[in-house]
Design a protein around this ligand. Sequence first.
Ligand code: MOS
Length: 762
Amino acid sequence: MDVMEKAVALAPDSWMPGGDPDPLIRAKHGSIGASISRIDGPLKVRGAAPFAAEFALDGMLYAALMFSTVPKGRIATLDTAAAEAAPGVALVMTHRNAPRMKPMPLFMTAEKAGGGDNLPIMQDDRIHWNGQPIAVVLADTQEQADYAVSLIRATYEAEPALTSYAAAKAKGTEPGLFMGQPLQAQKGDAEAAFAKAPVRVDGRYATPRHNHNAIEPHAATVMWQGDKLIVHDASQAVQHTAWSLGDVFGIAEEQVHVTSPFVGGGFGGKCLWQHQVLGAAAAKLAGRPVRIALSREGVYRLIGGRTLTEQRFAIGAEPDGRFVSLIHTGTAPTSRQNAFPEPFILPTMSSYGSPNIKLDVETVHLDMLANTFMRAPGESVGTFAMESAIDEMAVALGIDPVELRILNQPTEDPLKGTPFSSRHIAEAWRAGAERFGWSKRNPTAASVRDGEWLVGMGCATATYPYHRMPGGAARITLTRDGGAKVEIAAHEMGMGTATAHTQVVAERLGLSRDQVTFAYGDSMFPGVVLAGGSQQTASIGASVIAAHHVLIKELLKLAGNDSPLAGLSAEEVGTVNGGLAKLDDTSRHESYVSILTRSGRDHVSAEGSASAPLETMHWSMHSFGALFCEIGVNSVTGESRVRRFLGSYDCGRILNPKTAASQFRGGIIMGLGLALMEETQFDERNGRIMNPSLAEYHIPVHLDVPEIEVIWTDIPDPRAPMGARGIGEIGITGVGAAVANAVFNATGKRIRDLPLTLDKLM
Ligand code: MOS
């Protein structure tokens, strides 16, 4: 821990955000916790919700991209004559005529830096990865643009590239960093304790590359108005994108307006990549608006995915099951133009107690497309190793895997020693085991048959931290007609953000949901609120709390001396029934409408900035889940069929059970893909992705998805806004191990490399 972290850890609770729990965690009835259908559902069903590739602008041109076919070197010849002469073509942009631009500011190198890589974009003839865009064609229709691209001829002077992971590793690894922090941690002497431990397991686990496959491929509709750039984007980071595009084109942040009203899934892949920059550059050159919508192949060529991992997970235990040593180490490659070794040790930092812990992620650099965040980066694949190893230890000890996990729960943060804000994982395990019928499991592997199917049950822990990033801010406006509007540069990517926060705002202001408008997805709104790290709900919550405090003060000023509220301070009042009231005497009440009417105002607006997120340094804040899987493995074909799945979560307060269940289920389904089928086929000889389509990159379809039951503790976290810890990413975590452990119970085969395809089970 650094000095700042230590000071915050030791400071009094009351100095921290969350030191006085958000009053809304006590709200038992009303909007919070109500199962509300998505407020944007009817718009989506009617086709009236505009996505990025649906903005139609006058005189708009359609873009298509040509991708390099070598991983490194330079473009020797690039013949665009036939494309330029093709029907409907308005412009072909290459490095020869592209406007001068700076590289994208790499994500996290500045507060609003959002770039996926920091390479020059079409500024020279250099090739940096196999699939790099080398030409943009603009035409009157998408079909004309796609056809014209096929007429471009390129040759390359290839240079030796490092595209083989094994070759890169043979040259040596270097310590990995994640968000500037080392991915190494030590407590005690884990290797020595492991060597002496009476019971030991020591496994090597592997996970492959994964690609982003949001149902909506990446797209942007772009227009210049003079030196003002307007981008209708599919984004989980509108402020980052606006600021970063300003930096690329050398214009002020205020000259860039990014909107993103609806997004068909983000998962960490929808920040700023080269296509928005290329679309804006081509629009500038052509002097016309441009729509750049990536094909599915385009997403594979241009948008980074999850990198592969090789992990060691070793556990030393006493015969009674108590862990004495945890070792989680390994390697994950990243690209040269970013730095993102998949941080697979993250789940091991907080899941189990042990006097000795050693964690280390090493990295190597390959000539490949920049890899990136993909739902629960670190935890989704790290839990595969951790929770498989725990299962192996349970077998070695002859202890039930649920009991072994409960036995090894830590009483404080295993590495930092800080107290947990709220941790009810044992309750989640007990409730899940009961509901799933875990007691009916036969602990002897390969002992249950159903015809030609071998049937087994497995379990695993899910986990994801509570985050809240700095920069949250919101504006609340009350109008004399009794309505309230909240504006915040947040994002709705299908998770239910707009719905859940309409509920929260209604509750916080003492209004009904139909009086509240939650406006988001626009860089003109306040706040730097990334829809990532499962932190958007906390960030919005804290921002609205801040704006609400300012609003109450403004209202008291307007209320003046003739109000029942006269003389009261902001601390003495709260929002009650469409107005303000004295907290301990609600008969002293005046409605917002009355305050505005008496003061002759048609509206009042208040903007507030969220406090710095110090709570995560003071408390150890994590969500957990207990996962249960029943699988059938065909003894003839090796085919796996998940029969039942249950997730029992402890994520604090659940704001909307309907949208939350959908979030959890979606995450679990993504986890089933990770467990059973997802794998980017990366040609190690030339760095080419060989399966850039949903025909060859397999994700679960409806027939692959069984009944999935989701339950939760619903115990509010007193330190989080609304008591809610965020649920976007935890769903995918642990699923790989729950499935692999069920396969072991069914077949007696321990598969340590994902995906669990049938060739590994024959
Ligand atoms: Mo997420 S991988 O932080 O969108």
